[in-house]
Design a protein around this ligand. Structure first.
Ligand code: CA
Length: 237
């Protein structure tokens, strides 16, 4: 039976989540305080964490970072609940190591579906882009097809050769269209084990990727620069 840590201080939401995860055969460990969540996650292995952003004790970002450093749960899937559809909350959550997020108010069926999707994802590649890139679902957006299982990219049906890093960058951005990633966030997610990189390396990688996928690399339609902030994939529509 999979076990979920459900960290939420609002009892009615916590109970609702636990009730419905219970229907799915998922055993829940309900927690209402950030510090307690850090303590429990440090000693008890779980299969998934549902983590609210606004918490007493320690906020969701701090909890998320602590879980990623913990010996027993460093690669656990983390689904974050953000209170607003505020982009900065979402970016912060994903930067701190969350795998996915749901914006409040959420439909319980949507939340359950996200939890199930995360539980299906194989564990053990150490977090960050590596996991999403290796095991995520294919993405099709605006004529781009990105298939992680085959590490294949097609632009309007034409196959494009990309390196592992180019693939990781494109897949991360295209999986979250409209979400802005800072250079630092992209660095930590794409070069997970290389310390000899700088934010400039991100710019170089973006440039190389644009030359491969954009019709006009000087006027990109997919990977957009957000001045003073970083990069994002063009919003749908
Ligand atoms: Ca809360």
């Amino acid at each position: 039976m999979p076990r979920a840590l459900v960290v939420e201080d609002e009892a009615n939401i916590r109970d609702l989540v636990c009730l419905h995860l219970g229907f799915e055969g998922i055993e829940c460990v309900p927690i209402g305080d950030g510090r307690d969540a850090i303590a429990v996650a440090a000693r008890e292995p779980v299969d998934i964490v549902v983590l609210d952003l606004m918490l007493p004790g320690a906020d969701g970002i701090a909890v998320c970072r602590a879980i990623r450093r913990s010996p027993v749960n460093s690669d656990v899937p983390i689904l974050m609940l953000t209170a607003r559809s505020d982009e900065s909350d979402t970016v912060l959550g994903l930067e701190s190591g969350a795998d996915d997020y749901v914006t409040k108010p959420f439909g319980i069926r949507e939340l359950v579906a996200r939890v199930r999707a995360l539980l299906r994802r194989p564990r053990g590649s150490g977090g960050g882009a590596g996991r999403a890139e290796e095991f995520g679902r294919p993405v099709a957006i605006r004529g781009l097809e990105i298939d992680p299982a085959r590490r294949r990219v097609r632009v309007d049906g034409r196959e494009v050769e990309v390196t592992a890093q180019e693939f990781a960058l494109l897949y991360l951005l295209a999986s979250h269209p409209g979400i802005v990633y800072s250079r630092e966030a992209l660095l930590s997610r794409i070069w997970t084990d290389d310390t000899h990189v700088t934010p400039r390396s991100v710019d170089t990688l973006v440039k190389r990727l644009r030359h491969k996928i954009e019709a006009d690399p000087a006027r990109p339609a997919y990977v957009l620069t957000v001045w003073g902030a970083g990069y994002k994939f063009a919003d749908a529509g």
